[in-house]
Design a protein around this ligand. Structure first.
Ligand code: C2E
Ligand code: CA
Ligand code: CA
Ligand code: CA
Length: 279
């Protein structure tokens, strides 16, 4: 039994070091990626549920790995957060998203708004507000056309700084959306006092609406909550027409999901020409 224990231990250690190696390799690759700016933004349409008109796009980052091709954010964002390089990556994303809006404008393509995801570390950094100001100035983008997405847990646990930052952002005219709503642990009394503009219903709740009474009731309640707080409600992960119908009937304003379009490179976003004076 003893020798077997030792073998198990050796095996375990080998597994461990393999994992550690893989992790180190990934970290080094990420540092290189940052230096080489191996990022690319994809954009997913958000549409008015009743008319399917484009209300905006969400910018979603991908890592354009020289050998492995496109890598989705789930594989590198959490590591970038732990490595404390998320600030630099986030700044790149913000700037690239706003520049893209400038480019669309120049092409006469009416993308009303771009939403950018924030990580908790970015929200806590005092540098966020001046960064946003700088990028808006640089690109000439109207602040109302930029939205920042934060999750419930980001604003709930780190109470102090995060809320001040959100207030300052709103004062700039930038809007704030609470992402993945319903998955965190928000206190309703608390959320009432937060500087928010939109609420994004997490796709986990949207998945079975129209076919599950429980999920129908939950989503109906979230939409009602959003409206009673004067927030516009966006449903995430809308994949089927039956979901769209339900959501529209319940008064949800905006939808995002494969039914309307997957995240795609900027060139594939098609919008109507900008109306005069809309810039
Ligand atoms: P998220 O903010 O909740 O973004 C929505 C995710 O759902 C995206 O995954 C999108 O591709 C996926 N999705 C969209 N429509 C559908 C649908 O109809 N069905 C299903 N099953 N999925 C759908 P993606 O692009 O892999 O991004 C994953 C997460 O990575 C994002 O979740 C966000 O939390 C994070 N992320 C992405 N870009 C950034 C970024 O620039 N900065 C930060 N901090 N996080 C980012
Ligand atoms: Ca998001
Ligand atoms: Ca989300
Ligand atoms: Ca999410």
């Amino acid at each position: 039994a003893k020798s077997q224990g030792r073998n198990t231990y050796c095996f375990y250690q080998e597994e461990m070091s393999r994992e550690v190696m893989a992790r180190l390799t990934l970290e080094n690759a990420l540092r290189l990626a940052l230096a080489r700016e191996e990022w690319v933004l994809h954009f997913q349409p958000q549409v008015h549920l009743a008319t399917r008109r484009l209300t905006g796009v969400e910018a979603l980052v991908r890592w354009q790995h020289p050998e492995q091709g496109l890598i989705l954010p789930g594989r590198f964002i959490p590591i970038a957060e732990e490595m404390a390089i998320i600030g630099d990556l986030g700044a790149w994303v913000l700037r690239a998203a706003c520049r893209q809006m400038q480019e669309w404008d120049a092409l006469g393509c009416a993308v009303p708004r771009v939403a950018v995801n924030l990580s908790v570390q970015e929200l806590e950094r005092a540098a966020l507000v001046p960064l946003v100001q700088e990028v808006l100035r640089e690109t000439g983008l109207a602040p109302e056309r930029l939205e920042l997405e934060v999750t419930e847990s980001m604003i709930m646990c780190e109470a102090g700084r995060a809320i001040e930052t959100l207030r300052a952002l709103q004062q700039l005219g930038v809007s704030v959306a609470v992402d993945d709503f319903g998955t965190g642990y928000s206190s309703l009394r608390y959320i009432k006092n937060l500087p928010l503009n939109r609420l994004k219903v997490d796709h986990a709740f949207v998945q079975d609406v129209g076919r599950s009474h429980d999920d129908d009731a939950i989503v109906r309640a979230i939409i009602g909550l959003g409206h009673s707080l004067d927030l516009e409600v966006v449903a995430e992960g809308v994949e089927r027409e039956e979901q769209r119908e339900f959501l529209q009937r319940e008064g949800c304003e905006v939808g995002q999901g494969y039914l309307f379009g997957r995240p795609v490179p900027a060139e594939q976003i098609v919008a109507r020409p900008l109306a005069d004076g809309a810039r």
